[in-house]
Design a protein around this ligand. Structure first.
Ligand code: COA
Length: 641
């Protein structure tokens, strides 16, 4: 198969658009297939044309590692680490050997990093996927207020996802670009019909889309009861939204009462605990069949019950909690299967969004799919009920033994502890968006990250290791690398900002330097030349070669560098939504944001059990930092610079 023909590629922004009800969603476009019919082989030929992820030069990474440590280490710590790095990279040293092993791996694999990354970051990670790994996505409030509206909206949403799926199946999804560079489209092929499976030491992911008999059903969960809903007719056509609506009504009628033994809550557990419970659960043939039906399904739709304490002021934060963990066992946490890659969540009173299991994909492809779905639901009008009645969707039965019942009770308790511990705040910063930094010729993302550094510094009078995800999708099967947002330049800026002895012109200069330094780290990261994944590769190479771990990885500075008190990510969209996730360390914050043109949606999380963190204060400090940075720019005319 030759290279993909240019006419088959439609340039589509990766950017996908929350503030107001459905009718006020920003105008955006449906993703249009590049052809009305299937284009067999198009996906693979596109993938083949993408460059491989490079292995950066060893010396470069060592130098950049030291530079990245400067703002977060004390002088004596830095001196010690410099000595270890010197030793590591010296001619004929251990670093060279590992580097050459890594280069060999790169020459014989599609992507030297991706499998290791998925393993280390996700499948080996033993904390519960809920809060600790799986992001939630909050959509704008939709304009329905009752059960009927909930079901009708769910039907449209399912139809929208299936419309997008057709493009995946037909290989007619437009290729996405970052600037001029085409992006890897692999993640789109991993998110439907896939599911995480718990394992005793390591989990795995199954993708049934690749089987000889790909699934034709979705799973719907209502009142913590699971149902199989066939979404294709026997002739291969997709059920109409009207048919889907009628089927969803039957599901709701068949599950009028809340099941107080919710099997789904088991998926919220610590992974080792869940793995043991899983073995026990599927010993029963009926249970095994039911679990397999969920795992095989194309995706899951959660028709949720109400949530506590929702007012207009707290609406978005409540919605974020609903999407992230469901609110605890009394509310909707059992109305989930958190191992499922994609769960669409539709609450009562117009709340809706999604939760996704992170191993198969990053946020942007998920948001691109959801942008399409939201637009699809806006355009689709439901007419009258379908003429031909369909069979009632099959309810999935579980035999709950006393052991399983005990596991469910334990899972409920752990989930409730976690739900009580998580503080989640959604803040809509409405004063400006990308427009202001752009007008000052600054990268909006870099501006926001520098503001976050200022916000944190004002609270703690120090800088902390900060993680921002950078996409590696310019490379075949690329996932992410780390942008280290705390730099020497950002440290110089935040220390100067509130110093009354410094002139505004100097402060603006320092701001510009910090913003530029961030953008230049971003460029380095998206082109595969950042530090973190390379260091991980060198470490994994040592582990796989059964060599003793080099000293640089046992160094306290390495642990400090990976203790991200700020774990951040930009997930842009066309729909006015926001993604949310938990902190990655007990004393840290998770910060996800969606910069729109004239406002920015933030979701900030922290743990209540940590005395040292305060989500409300961080949100306030962030707002102040953004406003003060703008004020400084406004008060400092260009001529004075
Ligand atoms: N002057 C004027 N405008 C500028 C500018 C400048 N100096 N620098 C950038 N801009 C513009 C850009 O052209 C762009 O314009 P658009 O709104 O028309 O598209 C806009 O500002 C945004 O650019 P910027 O803020 O620099 O960010 P970005 O879009 O390049 O994104 C990352 C930066 C790091 C977020 C992105 O590269 C990335 O990797 N995203 C994926 C992250 C991810 O995977 N997250 C999910 C993890 S689950």
């Amino acid at each position: 198969m030759g290279l993909i023909k240019p006419y088959l590629i439609i340039k589509q922004q990766v950017k996908v658009g929350m503030a107001k009800p459905c009718g006020l969603v920003k105008s955006c476009h449906l993703v249009k297939p590049v052809s009305a019919t299937r284009v067999a082989g198009r996906y693979l030929s596109h993938q083949k044309g993408l460059p491989s992820l490079p292995v950066p030069p060893l010396q470069q990474t060592c130098e950049r590692y030291i530079t990245a440590l400067e703002p977060i280490l004390e002088m004596d710590e830095l001196k010690h680490t410099k000595e270890l790095v010197e030793e590591f990279q010296k001619a004929g040293g251990i670093g060279e050997g590992l580097q050459s092993g890594l280069e060999k791996r790169a020459s014989r694999t599609e992507n030297w990093l991706s499998d290791w990354w998925v393993q280390v970051a996700y499948l080996d990670y033993r904390m519960p996927v809920v809060v600790h790994s799986s992001p939630g996505l909050v959509l704008p409030r939709m304009n329905f207020t009752d059960k009927q509206g909930q079901v009708r909206f769910a039907a449209k949403l399912i139809a929208g996802v299936l419309d997008f799926k057709t493009m995946i199946d037909n290989e007619t999804l437009p290729v996405e670009y970052m600037g001029e560079k085409p992006l890897c489209m692999n993640q789109y092929y991993e998110v439907l019909s896939s599911c995480r499976i718990p394992g005793l030491k390591r989990d795995s992911v199954v993708n049934h889309a690749k089987s000889s008999r790909p699934p034709k059903h979705i799973t719907v969960v209502h009142n913590c009861e699971f149902f199989v809903l066939d979404v294709y007719n026997s002739d291969g056509s997709v059920l109409t939204a009207e048919q889907l609506c009628a089927q969803l009504e039957k599901i709701c009628n068949s599950s009028p009462k809340l099941n107080n033994q919710p099997v789904g809550i088991l998926t919220t557990q610590h992974r080792d605990t869940w793995a043991k419970a899983y073995i026990n659960l599927i010993k029963d043939t009926k249970n095994k069949e039911s679990v397999l039906a969920i795992q095989r399904s194309i995706f899951t739709v959660c028709l949720d019950g109400g949530m506590p304490g929702v007012s207009n002021e707290t609406y978005r934060s409540c919605a974020a909690i609903q999407m992230l963990h469901g609110g605890g066992s009394q509310w909707n946490s059992g109305n989930r299967w958190f191992d499922k890659t994609l769960q669409f969540i539709i609450g009562e009173d117009g709340m809706c969004g999604a939760n996704y299991e992170h191993a198969p994909a990053e946020g942007p492809p998920i948001v691109a799919l959801i942008d399409h779905v939201v637009e699809y639901t806006r355009k689709l009008e439901l007419t009258q009920s379908p003429a031909v009645p369909l069979p009632v969707p099959q309810k999935l039965h579980f035999n709950i033994t006393p052991d399983i019942q005990k596991d469910i009770e334990e899972a409920k308790q752990s989930m409730d502890t976690l739900a009580q511990d998580l503080d989640m705040r959604v803040m809509v910063f409405s004063h400006f968006g990308k427009n202001v930094p752009k007008a000052h010729k600054m990268s909006p993302d870099a501006f926001i990250q520098v503001a976050l550094q200022l916000a944190y510094y004002r609270m703690y009078q120090r800088c902390c290791a900060t993680y921002e995800s950078a996409s590696l999708r310019m490379f075949r099967r690329g996932r992410t690398d780390t942008i280290r947002s705390a730099s020497s330049a950002s440290a110089a800026f935040v220390r100067a900002f509130d110093d009354p002895n410094r002139q505004n012109t100097e402060k603006v200069e320092l701001m510009e330097k910090a913003v530029k330094a961030h953008r230049s780290y971003t460029n380095m990261a998206i082109s595969g030349q950042a530090v973190d994944r390379h260091l991980l590769g060198l470490k994994m190479q040592a582990v796989e070669s059964k060599l003793s771990l080099p000293e640089i990885f046992k160094d306290a500075a390495y642990a400090k560098a990976l203790h991200y008190r700020l774990s951040t990510s930009q997930v842009p969209s066309k729909t006015d939504c926001v993604m949310c996730f938990g902190p990655v360390v007990p004393d840290g914050y998770g910060v996800c944001y969606n910069p729109m043109n004239d406002h920015i949606n933030f979701a900030m999380s922290s743990f209540n059990s940590c005395q040292g963190t305060n989500g409300a204060q961080l949100a306030q400090s962030m707002e102040g930092a953004l406003l003060d940075m703008k004020k400084l720019l406004d008060q400092t005319p260009k001529a004075k610079l």
